[in-house]
Design a protein around this ligand. Structure first.
Ligand code: AMP
Length: 188
């Protein structure tokens, strides 16, 4: 596990969606997954595989997507701000809504919390409607429950027409990758 020294016992289980479709999108997602290991009061528990998806409600090249599972002692707003700092550091600009993006980080689920605020909606309102989110999310947690919708697995069937291609195994160093024996062979 990529645990920081200051992760509190009993932190909340959080899932973050990552997407990039500009520049070196794969490298951007891998770097952001690495950045997640350095958040304060947070450990990265697991990463999904990387996926490629066609843009939904957006334009530009295909996206590279992944989902990360975290355990955090941060508040939802503090975590959102930390994610936005990672987006900014990756050079993200917001010229217009749904513009192609260097990096997009979405807070998908924060335990079973529900929140509707101008800056943050929890759970993410579209997580069950997008294969590029739901598939990697359920790879990590097949029995995952949504606080309103309940078990999420049945929603995947309705998304079968959305283009999604599995690219590669998760980066090494995650508990799930090691437990499932899907860790790629070490190089160098
Ligand atoms: P986007 O351009 O799709 O990345 O949307 C970012 C905006 O959505 C930011 O202004 C956030 O404050 C807001 N937002 C609301 N709910 C969430 C969420 N669950 N995760 C990430 N951003 C969110």
């Amino acid at each position: 596990m990529s645990a920081g020294p200051d992760v509190p016992e009993g932190g909340e289980r959080v899932f973050v969606g990552l997407g990039a479709n500009l520049g070196e999108a794969r490298q951007t997602v891998l770097r952001a997954l690495d950045d997640l290991t350095r958040l304060p009061e947070t450990c990265r528990v697991a990463c999904s595989a990387l996926y490629r998806s066609a843009p939904v409600d957006a334009i530009g090249p295909d996206f590279v997507n992944a989902v990360a599972e975290l355990r955090t002692g941060l508040s939802p707003m503090a975590l959102l701000q930390a994610l936005q700092a990672i987006e900014q550091a990756s050079g993200r600009q917001r010229p217009y809504r749904n513009a192609p993006r260097t990096l997009d980080l979405d807070l998908l689920l924060f335990g079973q919390r529900q929140l509707t605020a101008s800056e943050l909606t929890l759970p993410h309102p579209r997580l069950h409607l997008r294969a590029f989110v739901l598939r990697p999310l359920l790879d990590l947690a097949p029995d995952l429950r949504h606080p309103v919708l309940g078990v999420l697995q049945p929603f995947l069937g309705a998304l079968a027409d959305q283009s999604l291609q599995r690219l590669e195994n998760p980066p090494a160093g995650d508990r799930v990758a090691r437990q499932r024996g899907s860790r790629p062979p070490a190089t160098g």
